[in-house]
Design a protein around this ligand. Structure first.
Ligand code: SF4
Length: 332
């Protein structure tokens, strides 16, 4: 099974509830950034965004209010680096008490600190950022030793009984051979799942490192092959989209992003405006425009956060797609 059954059933219940209410647009995964402080300066991150002061972090109450207001069944705690957040255990406990599922997205450098205080729970998954094997990952994170520490923490997480997965951005520098080497290596470590997502080409970021559309398609054709051999958690329909075999509108409201500056609109990548409240975010963006991908900044985007929700949103329209997803979910 790709995703633990309790996550899959809660997601289906959430969709049924919204369908009965007649709600067209509703979130699937809240991307919660309790802080904008990080202990790395990776090449894929905007430097001004993640060099924030720890004192400017959000309170646990603010974070939990966002969880309540948004209602998404899954909360991805990112940042910044969430293991720096002093109240992390309290925040996780509060989210679990609300019966939500958590992906704790981390570079792994301070995970041992979290392991000493936290407790494994079926609603908590550790999601370690890993952008290739040692040479590439240390290059992308701009620091030697980050790969080794991440692997050490993955092994330790498994030993302690956590559900541990990885999150990989596929860059222009990522060789397809290396990607396969990484999948085989992580398989040997006993990883519970690997999420592979294209880097996005957006003028505000450094053009050199992100994939343009043709390259994305070529690389993800190969990822589709890898997914037949390894536990890749990106859905098969998303991989087909990333490989250019199918098309989707964007679903930016499916993975809203709450940060110390407020609710970021319209999406994780484009910072047009921060909204003070969930209602202001949902009402204050021209969703039809952003779904259409007609903005020039959307041209080369195949972001996981924009299009995995599109897979879920559009799946009901095709019995074949439903069957593909069911076979994938229940695969060993
Ligand atoms: S396609 Fe969607 S996720 Fe990508 S930049 Fe545009 S609005 Fe954002």
């Amino acid at each position: 099974m790709r995703f633990p059954i309790h996550i899959a059933t809660d997601m289906v219940k959430w969709q049924a509830k919204n369908w009965l209410r007649g709600t067209d647009r509703y979130p699937y995964v809240l991307m919660l950034e309790p802080l904008h402080t990080c202990n790395l300066a990776c090449i894929g991150c905007s430097p001004e965004r993640y060099s924030g002061d720890l004192k400017d972090r959000m309170s646990v109450e603010q974070c939990l209010k966002a969880v309540d207001d948004c209602g998404a069944p899954v909360v991805s705690i990112c940042g910044g680096e969430p293991t720096i957040y002093p109240e992390l255990v309290e925040l996780i406990d509060g989210i679990i008490a609300r019966k939500r599922h958590i992906y704790l997205c981390t570079n792994g450098l301070l995970l041992d600190r979290f392991y000493r205080k936290g407790t494994p729970h079926k609603r908590l998954a550790i999601n370690v950022h890993l952008d290739g094997m040692k040479k590439t990952h240390d290059f992308v994170t701009d620091r030697a030793g980050v790969f080794d520490k991440a692997i050490e923490m993955i092994r330790e997480g498994k030993r302690l009984g956590y559900f541990v997965c990885t999150n990989t951005t596929v860059y222009r520098e990522t060789s397809l051979e290396e990607l396969e080497e990484m999948c085989a290596f992580l398989d040997g470590v006993g990883i519970d799942g690997m999420l592979l997502s294209p880097g996005y080409h957006y003028a505000k970021l450094d053009d050199e490192h992100f994939l343009v559309q043709q390259e994305t398609h070529r690389k993800f054709e190969r990822v589709i092959e890898l997914a037949k051999k390894y536990r890749i958690n990106s859905t098969p329909l998303f991989l087909e989209f990333a490989a250019g075999r199918r098309d989707y509108p964007c679903t930016p409201w499916g993975t809203p992003n709450y940060t110390p500056k407020g609710w970021k609109g319209p999406c994780y990548v484009i910072e047009e405006k921060y909204h003070d409240s969930w209602d202001a975010f949902m009402k204050g963006n021209d969703w039809a425009y952003w779904e259409s991908r007609s903005d020039p900044r959307c041209r080369d985007c195949a972001m996981h956060s924009g299009f995995e929700p599109s897979v879920v949103r559009k799946m009901g329209g095709s019995l074949r797609d439903v069957w593909t997803m069911m076979r994938w979910q229940f695969a060993a």
